[in-house]
Design a protein around this ligand. Sequence first.
Ligand code: HEM
Length: 207
Amino acid sequence: MATIKTYLYPVWIRIWHVINAVSFLLLIFTGIALHYATMGTGLIKFEMAVNLHNVCALVLTFNYGLFVIGNIISGNGRFYRSWREDMGANLWVQLKFYIGGIFKKESHPFAINKERKFNPLQKISYVAVMYICMPLIIISGFGLLFPETVVISVLKISGLALTAFLHQIMGFVLSIFLLIHLYTCTLGDKPGTLFKSMVNGYHEEHE
Ligand code: HEM
């Protein structure tokens, strides 16, 4: 069986991704410590958790800006934009593969190549995460860092409480995404194949 190697992850994406992943994991850890601070989890000192959370948030935000700009100027953004008319049907095909076909050793329904870097489920989840959830968690986080910028109330509900709620919901959604992301990243030819591609830049697939 011949191995097809396609260069899909340029250096800048790999650097962005590692900074994103590390800052994200630290944000989840410190975020949980802050959320349960009154219960005294003993995971990390409160002051330390606040400072680390703020620093990681600034790193993540700056890095996110680089991702958006990089996607515009490098052309990587086209993988997030090109929606086909049959997207709904394709999503169903991919889902059926994940819940059934993969256990019967069927081959992946969508070949990954220079034209199609992501399968339909990857694409929809990456677009939602990178262009909806990340902006929302960043904006609400800055609202909490600078509370004077937040509206006082919306329909008699505290604007700050709503901002905190949005921030927590997004933190929860993104944490769930990360768990699913880590699992789907083990579904290449071998469990480590996709992780390897984020290290050397080459997507590997057997013919
Ligand atoms: C320990 C943490 C993580 C690991 C090990 C990991 C692993 C990977 C791997 C192996 C890929 C390439 C395979 C693929 O295309 O799906 C990938 C791509 C990607 N990951 Fe992650 N990831 C992590 C965290 C995250 C986080 C926290 C986010 C977003 C909040 C994220 C967003 C993405 C995106 C958007 C891509 C596609 C990038 C592109 O090529 O344009 N990842 N990840």
